[in-house]
Ligand binder design. Structure first.
Ligand code: HAM
Length: 438
């Protein structure tokens, strides 16, 4: 019988693992330099945690199961509810703002397609316990900080930013009752994701007449500086919308100050699918052929409270290894040297079989001291062992020959320069990577 990996999952062979580690090292480095601390949670949670506030979209994509005690569980499809639960448990003692990051492995029973799999690693950045625009800006900055570091320029991507609270106040002013907003957001979020006729049908379900649809189209098309100006005119006399617009302007000013303004653009069309967002929402898009969001996040005003915690708001975003790989592969920006494989410091070679025990002993000693030391599993001639040393990209070959037994001397060859010296085992062990010069 032949087995395959489940649909929508990936096997990570060592060369794939090298790429994943390169991405994750970048996530961790960027998180730490921006002042975030790492956390983790369980890979499954009680199903109810997601039913509380994530919204229909994500709940319909859950892998769930019943444990032996009949409790309903779900494999985590996102990290934000776990983060909220964990912060709630220690809300009184954590100094604020709480700046945390995580790189969980997540599962969603989505239809696998380009950039969307059923299992992926998602980098999460969150700032909880501050309502300041500075937190919104910092969060967006961190995303751009990473994308810029892996080589994306404003010509390659754009961070589209909106505010759900601005949208809400404009909708309310046009007669859309607040109870309807959540359903409207779900549909508006799909505007660019569905074929136009399917989108129109969905829109028809949540609107009452052409006038409403016309209003929604006008509002959600506002984009860029021009869009902001149009909305300002529309918001004349509407205090709530005016305040939200002022907050957005401050956000864009702060992003300019941080030097990432050219990556960012206002776009009323970005609404986001998750139910818990209440304020600023944003999504990163690559400008190539990859048509899905490369990151997404926003401010959640009530999530912690809904999950039984204090009234504390947070802002954060997620992005995954899958989308980053898609975009960097398309742009041919994945550095060639990743995946080049392991690099051995020292490859030990026996000049004849009787010395193999010395090779094993010496290699163990070198490894204990922190060096990557290897040797051949097969007893074979020196030439073949040198070939193996080259295949392992070893920097030095150490030949254990008859002189070792006679005089305690080893031959050390620098495989880069080809220089070889004889050296006492004692002097060698004192500094195994010392320069080899004749
Ligand atoms: P999300 O929009 O569901 O938000 O996902 C964020 C990002 O994760 C997406 O933009 C995409 O890059 C990646 N992603 C999502 N689903 C998949 C998938 N099936 N395969 C590969 N990549 C995927 C959230 O998850 C929020 N919890 C983010 C957040 C953190 N909001 C506040 N803090």
């Amino acid at each position: 019988m032949k087995f395959q990996n489940p649909k929508g999952t990936r096997d990570f062979y060592p060369e794939d693992m090298a790429v994943l580690n390169w991405i994750m090292d970048g996530w961790r480095r960027v998180s730490i330099r921006n002042g975030f601390e790492e956390y983790e949670g369980p890979i499954f949670e009680y199903l109810d945690l997601y039913k509380a506030k994530s919204g229909e979209g994500i709940v319909s994509e859950l892998f769930h199961f019943e444990d032996r005690g009949g409790r309903e569980m779900a494999i985590r499809p996102e990290m934000t509810p776990t983060l909220a639960r964990m912060i709630n448990a220690r809300a009184q003692s954590l100094p604020r703002p709480i700046k945390w990051f995580s790189m969980p492995r997540l599962c969603r029973a989505e239809r696998p397609q380009r950039g969307r799999l059923r299992e992926f690693f998602q980098w999460n950045i969150d700032i909880v316990g501050s309502d300041d625009v500075l937190a919104d800006a910092e969060c967006i900055f961190v995303a751009v900080d990473f994308f810029r570091e892996v080589g994306l320029t404003p010509a390659d991507m754009v961070m589209r930013i909106n505010s759900r609270s601005l949208l809400s106040s404009l909708l309310a002013a046009r007669g859309f009752e607040p109870e309807r907003h959540a359903d409207l957001f779900v549909v508006l979020d799909k505007r660019d994701k569905l074929p136009p006729e399917v989108y129109a049908a969905e829109l028809a379900k949540v609107t009452r007449n052409d006038a409403e649809r016309e209003s929604l189209n006008i509002i959600s098309q506002a984009r860029g500086e021009r869009g902001l100006a149009d909305l300002a005119a529309m918001a004349e006399g509407n205090e709530a919308a005016g305040n939200e617009l002022a907050r957005l302007r401050e956000l864009f000013e702060t992003l300019n100050l941080m030097g990432v303004g050219e990556y960012c653009e206002f776009d009323m069309g970005v609404v986001r699918g998750l139910a818990y967002y209440t304020g600023v929402v944003f999504e990163g898009f690559a400008k190539g052929t990859f048509q899905r969001a490369i990151c997404g996040g926003g401010r959640y005003g009530q999530l912690l409270e809904v999950l039984g915690g204090p009234p504390m708001s947070g802002i954060g975003f997620g992005t995954s290894d899958v989308v980053i790989l898609e975009v960097l592969t398309e742009l041919k920006r994945l550095p060639a040297e990743i995946g080049a494989g392991r690099r051995t410091d020292l490859f030990l070679i026996d000049a004849d079989e009787s010395l193999f025990r010395e090779v094993v002993r010496l290699a163990a000693e070198l490894r204990r001291r922190g060096f990557c030391a290897e040797y051949s599993y097969r007893r074979q001639g020196i030439g073949k062992q040198f070939k193996q040393a080259a295949a392992a990209h070893a920097r030095r070959a150490v030949i254990v020959g008859a002189e070792f037994k006679e005089r305690g001397v080893l031959a050390v060859k620098d495989l880069g320069t080809g220089q070889q010296v004889e050296i006492s085992a004692e002097a060698f062990l004192a500094d195994p990577m010392q320069e080899v010069s004749v």
